[in-house]
Ligand binder design. Structure first.
Ligand code: ADP
Ligand code: MG
Length: 540
């Protein structure tokens, strides 16, 4: 295509190419990282977020800042995606991932201006990443439920809320994760955080939050005359209701004879009775429905001494099914004996005037976190922190491997990569060195945010790791509480291996894909680069 044809085809499209495209994209990534840099680590500062309607939120969490900012730039959005993905998959390490991606790009820019082609830098980064994943496995330390689990969970919570709350939530998350752990046939362990239900009970103080064995739902039996306390029994779970059928389309029926109305109603009652007969034949202690239960059906269930709960949400039905080993059925008419589940006990308690149903299953121990707090905003914050801590605890149990925190792992990776880069004679070795240097952004930022000199700290940490035996040296990091370089495992500053694996994978992939862009086409009539980050500076 000739230049003229191309220009005609792209009429109305703004465009930046080559060096300028790369420069501006890296500028955007750097600006985004700059927005959250100061939140990293336990001494990271908080950000105050003020929404359009004036509501205020104070947070120390990188991903929360990014999600709340109205960011339009596509490159910045890519980095927000890696943070969101990090949050969703490993529940921690969001700020670190964005900082690392930005640093990888910054170092790539320095190589680019020296004349190294972006595809060579991208290749070097891929090689360094592959090597890092191998190195991470060799740096990892085996952990068990009783060793390191609490430390990993506490480290993940560091900086989130006060120390007392962190301590409390870490212990609860570990207890909950241990409580729902089951063994696989191959000898491994599975802990599914979805088996924990979280409910809030407004009032009290945050540290009154507690864990209940079994599931707690803010529900009560359909009729006051139904038995509420059962020791052992069976449960039928229905993904529907026991109700009169409502027409699915709007219809108009003209009745010529008043007796037809009675016949209509009788037929409906007959259908409900048939469903109840089917249930009674299965003889469950409790019936639970996602939808409603008709008054006539409630009476019949009551007569047959079956306790019924209605309008239970689908997620809760699934929790009940898992904890009682029941199968959820579409309707009572299709239910079999094998679909019934079993429970150890079921009762109701009155909490602050609201009836709660508490059920303990038999197979897998479902558990409920009862959050206490004086207002909704606080309760939401506790729920978010607890969910992250629980996710981290469950993953640590399943994987059984951890890594030293406080920048120790990044420093060890960096040092090993630098040595390994000597094996390459080609230009890729420079990119491997740039990758190794980028990893130092984590200990460097931890030091800066704690008010320490980053250059002195990096030099001291490097020297300390290099002069010790590798198995000790690789655990040396920067303890921000004591301002000392020491063994991170002994100091209890430990992280899950998945956190590091995902962080490296996400930031490397983002950096490489940004490096490969050499032409940006904006489907806009406005010829200016989108407002905000990285748009106006001159290329150096
Ligand atoms: P992220 O969103 O990346 O998880 P955080 O603000 O939670 O960011 O900070 C995590 C970093 O802080 C990790 O590198 C972790 O090892 C480190 N860290 C946590 N507690 C300490 C501590 N007491 N001393 C030094 N580093 C710490
Ligand atoms: Mg964290």
């Amino acid at each position: 295509m000739s230049g003229g044809d191309e220009a005609q085809l792209l009429n109305g499209t703004s465009r930046i190419k080559g060096k300028e495209a790369l420069y501006r994209n890296i500028g955007a990534a750097n600006a985004l990282a700059g927005a959250i840099r100061t939140t990293l680590g336990p001494k990271g500062l908080d950000k105050m977020l003020v929404s359009e309607n004036g509501s205020v939120k104070i947070t120390n969490d990188g991903v929360t800042v990014l999600k709340n900012a109205k960011i339009e730039h596509p490159i910045a959005k890519m980095l927000i995606d890696i943070a969101t993905n990090q949050e969703n998959t490993v529940h921690d390490g969001t700020t670190s991932s964005v900082l690392l991606a930005s640093e990888l790009l910054q170092n790539a820019w320095e190589l680019y201006v020296k004349g190294i082609h972006p595809s060579i830098i991208a290749n070097g980064y891929s090689l360094a990443y592959e090597k890092s994943t191998e190195l991470i496995e060799s740096l990892a330390i085996n952990s068990t439920k009783d060793q390191f689990l609490e430390a990993v969970t506490k480290t993940a919570l560091s900086g989130k809320g006060g120390l007392l709350l962190q301590e409390k939530l870490a212990i609860l998350a570990c207890d909950a994760a241990k409580g729902i752990t089951t063994h696989t046939e191959e000898g491994g362990e599975i802990a599914n955080p979805n088996n924990i239900k979280i409910i809030s009970k407004k009032g009290g103080i945050v540290t009154d939050t507690y864990l209940v064995e079994g599931l707690v739902l803010a529900k009560q039996a359909c009729s006051p005359d139904m038995e509420r306390n059962h020791k052992k029994g069976t449960i039928l779970i229905i993904d529907g209701g026991i109700e009169k059928r409502k027409p699915t389309i709007t219809t108009k029926i003209t009745l010529s004879d008043p007796s037809m109305i009675t016949a209509f109603r009788e037929k409906e009652l007959e259908l409900i009775s048939l469903q109840i007969e089917k249930i009674v034949a299965l003889n469950p202690t409790i019936v639970v429905c996602r939808d409603g239960i008709d008054d006539s059906a409630i009476r019949l269930l009551e007569q047959n001494e079956i306790t019924a709960y209605r309008r239970v949400e689908r997620d809760d039905l699934e929790l009940l099914a898992r904890t009682c080993s029941a199968s959820i059925v579409a309707s009572p008419t299709t239910a079999n004996k094998e679909d019934l589940g079993a429970f150890q006990y079921s009762n109701e308690e009155n909490w602050s005037g609201i009836k709660h149903w508490i059920l303990k299953g038999t197979k897998q121990n479902g558990m409920t976190l009862v959050m206490r707090g004086s207002n909704d905003v606080l309760l939401q914050e506790i729920e978010n922190s607890f969910s992250d801590a629980l996710g981290v605890a469950c993953q640590t149990i399943e994987k059984g491997k951890v890594l030293p925190g406080g920048g120790a792992t990044q420093m060890a990776l960096s040092r090993n990569l630098k040595t390994w880069s000597h094996e390459f004679e080609r230009r890729e070795s420079l990119a491997i060195l740039a990758y190794a240097d980028a990893l130092e952004i984590i200990p460097r930022t931890l030091a800066t945010n704690a008010g320490l000199d980053p250059i002195d700290q990096i030099l001291a940490l490097n020297a300390a790791q290099a002069s010790a035996k590798p198995d000790i040296g690789n655990k040396l990091g920067l303890n921000i509480n004591t301002f000392m370089i020491c063994d991170m495992v002994e100091s209890g500053i430990i992280e899950s291996i998945q956190n590091h694996q995902q962080s490296l994978a996400g930031s490397t992939a983002a950096a490489i894909s940004i490096l490969r862009i050499d032409d940006v086409l904006w489907a806009k009539n406005d010829p200016t680069f989108p407002e905000g980050i990285g748009g106006e500076d001159e290329i150096e």
